[in-house]
Design a protein around this ligand. Sequence first.
Ligand code: CAA
Length: 263
Amino acid sequence: SKTLEYLILSRTGSTNPRSVALVQLNRPKALNALCDPLMAELNVVLKELDADPDVKAIVLTGSEKAFAAGADIKEMQAFSYDQVINRNFIANWADIAKIRKPVIAAVNGFALGGGCELAMTCDIIYAGENAKFAQPEIKLGTIAGAGGTQRLTRVVGKSKSMEMNLTGDFVGAKEAEQAGLVSKVFPVDKTLDEALKLADKIAQMSLPVIILAKEAVNKAYETTLTTGLDFERRSFHSTFGLADRTEGMTAFVNKRVAKFEDK
Ligand code: CAA
């Protein structure tokens, strides 16, 4: 594993031991508050992993106490309007949504404000029983700035999103699962293992097909149903240009396990 200023990186994977990348937020003194240099480092690392042909899935996690307690309030405290608008503060957070490989958030403890938004920018959220999601910006006299009013509303609907954005109240793991924010809940000490297992399961699939599937699901959030269905069908058609599509169907017909080669 490799330790950077704010992140710890490692690799795992059952078939290819470099196919699953683990990125751990490591700023324990501030409960992984997402200061500007941390987000810059995270963006660089995720871009590198996206470009690495060995990597097929990425797991993003924090500590057992905190996934991330939000944007860094101490950093933001003195900012003025001209400072935030002139540098388009936190616009770079959107870069994470451009990562083409699946990113799984393994969330234990606090996922607050920007922490909840960061988790929602990932593709799948696995949560520990102690997970607490919230958009508490309103208690700081501000509002969510990186998807808390947008991604959250698309995922959990208006009423719960309004409740969260207008009160800042914590939503626990079970409630988050019921609301569709989280796909599964685990005992705290199992969350990361389960996320890595999920990533490893995805990593057994064909990389170009993984990328097409992620892109198609994300289209559902960006467009009309007809346009999305057209996009999906065209992407489906495009898989017929892949050797891995031939292999997958041939393996099924011949009752053997498919062996994908990412082409
Ligand atoms: N920014 C900066 N520092 C933070 C932080 C944050 N978001 N969250 C926690 N910390 C720091 C605390 O200041 C404290 O540092 P010191 O030891 O130097 O005092 C340390 O982390 C430990 O925190 P606490 O002592 O507060 O720990 P706790 O267990 O009593 O409480 C908590 C934990 C409930 C998460 C509490 O820290 C908290 O409420 N944090 C802020 C949560 C929040 O409001 N997040 C939203 C930020 S705004 C945002 O994210 C904007 C956006 O949409 C992009």
